[in-house]
Each structure stands twice: as structure tokens, then as C-alpha cells.
Design a protein around this ligand. Structure first.
Ligand SMILES: CC(C)(COP(=O)(O)OP(=O)(O)OC[C@H]1O[C@@H](n2cnc3c(N)ncnc32)[C@H](O)[C@@H]1OP(=O)(O)O)[C@@H](O)C(=O)NCCC(=O)NCCSC(=O)C[C@H](O)C(=O)O
Ligand SMILES: [Mg+2]
Length: 293
């Protein structure tokens, strides 16, 4: 199933228990909003949150932002009823937590189908060492899975690792999931930075994620959005360079040459695909940002 290239520079978690946040998210410059029924919601607030999220999604008003609903764990007492409730409320995707295997993907998909959500795309959360090791089979399990979302806080806890500025403890895990996502044509989103008031650390985390191949980052607070969007937006000079190398290689090919040198760098055919993707992404971002003005 071919999905269009969609900007997911910033994916903001919006706890479903807070109706002010659900409303506020309609005005924020996040590419995606994750209306959340999952872990951060207290047990006593689970049912009210479900009602709030169903109401907010049906009501709409999120414009071109991607609306994703995170349901509870399928083995929890809320998981199945969450899926029943949200399968047909107009969300762009349902995010399933704690997916660790191909079987988990197929089970989530079956539940979504049974709830009448046969056409609804799925996203999966990669939260554990087992999930990272099984990233390939998770990515390959279904065309319905459009995006893999890292839950790095859980992962770091389970690795008995530490949160550091350099993120060294999780770089291997991030890269393994990126490899799986790219091999099977999925989006892939970096985990949160809990230290949400430390913008220096946050910006650095964004740039590491971007440089190793992430499409964007999940966020917990609106103040993180602008930094994240900036890190993941192709710079004007990069777009100009992309256009330049496409033109230069086309002309070289017409002159019977397979490669060309632009700004002292060798340009080959594979650079063109990457350049075309970058241009499409920049265009899609411009279109989305009209919404944010
Ligand atoms: C962290 C927060 C509790 C802070 O909230 P608050 O004290 O309200 O912040 P501010 O007063 O600075 O907020 C400024 C305005 O922005 C609105 N706001 C704040 N957060 C959100 C949000 N997430 N979505 C929408 N709007 C938001 C405030 O209402 C203020 O608006 P206004 O009054 O009109 O000016 C809070 O940010 C928060 O709860 N964040 C989400 C935390 C969360 O959901 N965490 C769990 C998801 S992450 C996860 O699951 C990790 C994963 O499992 C892993 O393992 O990695
Ligand atoms: Mg978690």
C-alpha cells in the first residue's frame, strides 16, 4: 500500500485526560498530534480520557496535522475497548504500544479490522530490547504499519542504561530500528526527551536523531516543537543543492557521462533519489506550514 511522504518532524503527545491540551493541540505547529490513552493516564481517568479523545477526534479542527491515537496495551483491561472506540473516529493512524513481534502486529491489526477499522493505518511503538531485536519482523509484518515510534524512556530503563547528552546507550537500538524501517519503507520517529526545559540538550538530541536517519521526534511539551521542526526541516541551501545536482546529473547523462562533480563532490545516481525525496519533503512541509501561520 503506497503512502505519501508525510512530514512527521514533530509528534506531540497530548494526554487524553486534559481537555485543555486536546483543544490547545489544534493551534500548535506540531506535524502530528498523538491523542494519548496510554501509560501517562491514571487508571481512574482512563474511561473519561477515552471519551475525551473520541470526542476531540470526531470534532476535528486539527487541520492538516496528522491525528494519531495511542491506545492502551492490548493485554491491559482497556486495550480492546479502546480499539473499538477509536477505530472509526477519523484518526489518521492508531498507535499500538509495546509491540514486540510479528504476532503482536497481526493481533493488533485483527482487532482493528474487527472494530471496523480495516482502512486505518497503524503505527507501532518499539519500547523493549526484544522489540528492537525483532524490529525487522515487526516492520515486515504488515503493509498497514506506516511508522515505527521509539519509546526511548522505557527502552533505557529496560537496558539498565543511563540518559546522557550523547545518547550513546541507545544509538545502536535507534539504528537497528531505522534499518528495519528503511528496509520495509516505514516512517521512523525518535523517542522523547523528558528533560523538556533543557533546550540545549533537546536540540542536540534532535540533531543526533536527524543525522542517523530519523524522520522526526516525539515530544512532550509545546516548547519543544519549534526546535524540533527546525532541526528536521531541510535547509534552503540543501534544497537548492538538491535541485542543482538533479539538473547537473541530467545534463551529464545527456552528454553520455554517468557521474558529475558539483561543488567538488562526486554526484552519482543514488544521490538523485535522496535529492528528490528532500525536495518533496520540503514542499510537503511548506504546504503543512501554511496551516500554522
Ligand atoms: C509536562 C507537562 C505536564 C507540563 O505541562 P504544563 O505545566 O501545563 O506546561 P506549561 O504550563 O508550560 O504549558 C504551556 C501551554 O501548553 C499547554 N500544553 C502543555 N503540554 C501540552 C501537551 N502535551 N499538549 C498540548 N498542550 C500542552 C499548556 O496547557 C499551556 O497552555 P496555555 O495554558 O493555553 O498557555 C505537559 O506538557 C504534559 O503532560 N506533557 C505530556 C507528557 C506525556 O504525555 N508523557 C507521556 C508520553 S511520552 C511516552 O509515553 C514516553 C514513552 O513511553 C517512552 O518510554 O519513551
Ligand atoms: Mg513508555
Amino acid at each position: 500500500m503506497p503512502y505519501p511522504l508525510r512530514p512527521r518532524r514533530s509528534m506531540l503527545y497530548v494526554p487524553g485526560c486534559n481537555t485543555h491540551y486536546l483543544e490547545r493541540a489544534r493551534t500548535l505547529a506540531a506535524d502530528s498530534v498523538i491523542l494519548d490513552l496510554g501509560d501517562p493516564i491514571l487508571i481512574d481517568a482512563k474511561l473519561q480520557s477515552r471519551d475525551n479523545v473520541v470526542h476531540a477526534a470526531r470534532q476535528g479542527g486539527y487541520g492538516k496535522r496528522e491525528v494519531v491515537i495511542r491506545v492502551n496495551d492490548l493485554d491491559s483491561i482497556w486495550g480492546h475497548d479502546d480499539i473499538q472506540a477509536v477505530a472509526n473516529v477519523g484518526a489518521d493512524a492508531i498507535l499500538f504500544p509495546n509491540i514486540e513481534s510479528r504476532e503482536d502486529v497481526l493481533r493488533a491489526q485483527q482487532l482493528l479490522d474487527d472494530a471496523g477499522g480495516k482502512d486505518v493505518p497503524m503505527m507501532v511503538m518499539i519500547e523493549s530490547p526484544l522489540a528492537v531485536l525483532n524490529a525487522k519482523e515487526i516492520a515486515a509484518a504488515s503493509e498497514r504499519v506506516i511508522c515505527m515510534v521509539m519509546a526511548t524512556s522505557d527502552l533505557i530503563s529496560q537496558l539498565h542504561a543511563r540518559v546522557t547528552h550523547e545518547r550513546s546507550a541507545i544509538l545502536t537500538s535507534l539504528s537497528l530500528v531505522i534499518l528495519a524501517a528503511r528496509a520495509y519503507g516505514k516512517g521512523v520517529i525518535d523517542g522523547i526527551t523528558s528533560d523538556f526545559k533543557n533546550m540545549h540538550s533537546f536540540e542536540y538530541a534532535c540533531r543526533i536523531g536527524r543525522d542517523i536517519g530519523m524522520d522526526g521526534k516525539s515530544l512532550v511539551h509545546p516548547a519543544q516543537i519549534a526546535y524540533c521542526n527546525d532541526a528536521y526541516t531541510p535547509q534552503r541551501s540543501e534544497v537548492e543543492h538538491a535541485r542543482l545536482i538533479i539538473k547537473a546529473l541530467k545534463e551529464a547523462n545527456e552528454a553520455g557521462r554517468g557521474t558529475v562533480v558539483v561543488n567538488d563532490k562526486l554526484v552519482e545516481h543514488h544521490h538523485i533519489k535522496a535529492a528528490q525525496r528532500l525536495i518533496h519533503l520540503a514542499e510537503a512541509i511548506s504546504e503543512l506550514e501554511e496551516e500554522f501561520i
